[in-house]
Design a protein around this ligand. Sequence first.
Ligand code: NDP
Length: 448
Amino acid sequence: MSDYDFDLFVIGAGSGGVRASRVAASHGAKVAVAEEYRVGGTCVIRGCVPKKLLIYGAHFAEDLKDARRFGWNVPDCDFEWTTLRDNVLADVDRLEGLYKNTLDSHKVELISERATITGPHGVKLASGREISAKYILVATGAWPVIPEIEGAEHGVTSNEVFHLEECPKRIVIVGGGYIANEFAGIFHQFGSHVTIVNRSNMLLRGYDEQIRDRLLQISTMKGINFRFNAEMEKIEKNEDGTLCVRFKGGDPIACDLLLFATGRQPQVQGLGLENAGVELNGKGAIKVDEYSRTNVESIYAVGDVTDRLQLTPVAIREGHAFADTVFGDNPRTVDYHCVPSAVFSHPPLAGVGLTEAQAKNKYGTVKIYTSDFRPMKNVLAGRDERALYKMVVDATTNKVVGLHMIGPDAPEILQAAAIAVKAGLTKQEFDDTVALHPSMAEELVLLK
Ligand code: NDP
């Protein structure tokens, strides 16, 4: 008999926490997971999943227009936000049910309460119940950051945006990262007047410059407005419920909704980490080693609460590796080399490996191959929107060290190509593969 109530107590039933719980249980551990809100975490409840469904919904705006060029008699169509919203939220409920079933079928005890750490092996639930566990895993994710601006309480974040009563006629989105660009595309397609307000003049820091520039060009062409180097002063709410965003310099912007998309910070407040002496890093994230272990031997952390990559598949891998290491007698670390990522903007972009600038820094000389083309479908649709694929090659070894693309289905194509980049294949090996014609992806093996 164990001296503890559980072998593993997980705090947070998001992507990382659920995977860790399930795998640890399948290795024979007695597991409980505490979740104060809903099972599924950011990805399932208020992130990747509902966002992607809205992206699908938004795409119909252009598809319906383009369909006419392909011979379809499409009448003028209206968009009804509440129908899409309710269908999306119903699907989120369905997925939450599946996640709960998974925990249940693996005999993981789900405790729908907030848990606080009381010591290296102790947690206390909101109800007052005290529980002991041999290991504790913190998987509490991250939470949107709201800049300190007067009137910031009038804005919403990605937490609330899926539940809006109506689609805003005018929306201001603060930030120039993932969420800002994704929701700019979504609301623009739904017919909102969209303005992105960014503190610097750079969108999507970390992505290749040419690809970012192409997104800005296409977004501008579509009618999304940008205000760069903007310092917000305050947000005022008018009597009719509309908002006025004021800047230090520059005209105010009137809108119906203001969305903050200004990054996400690790969720550590009130967790009781200090009771066990768990250390944080300079950014307020839990400090962990390569096995996701904190400075306290019995406490681990995975996912966005640690300062690694804020991506769902990464959290899942960290959770899985943790469970295999601690309960499966199979010590494993996560390989962060060549993690592909995508922004589901309109059009989407995706990348893996080094950008041109990063590769030049690392290798000195690099070869760049690009294909700047108008996808066939866009040509017939009369849509003047070009895709851009870019390959970064180490000039000494001819290995492909980076691949970046923007255009229809870019994330779908890049996922497959990322395998080749991660495997360290050369430009010649890409060229040796016969093109699959006609496709957009064939550009990858025809780059000059
Ligand atoms: P990002 O880190 O992508 O972007 C944050 C943006 O807000 C940047 O433009 C940043 O500017 C700006 N910013 C940061 N702080 C402030 C501030 N105090 N005032 C004004 N502007 C500020 O964050 P998101 O919120 O868009 O997304 C959070 C994370 O979630 C992402 O980093 C990503 O890891 C994940 N995510 C992933 C998605 C995907 O995989 N498709 C989709 C959505 C989210 P600057 O560049 O100057 O720092």
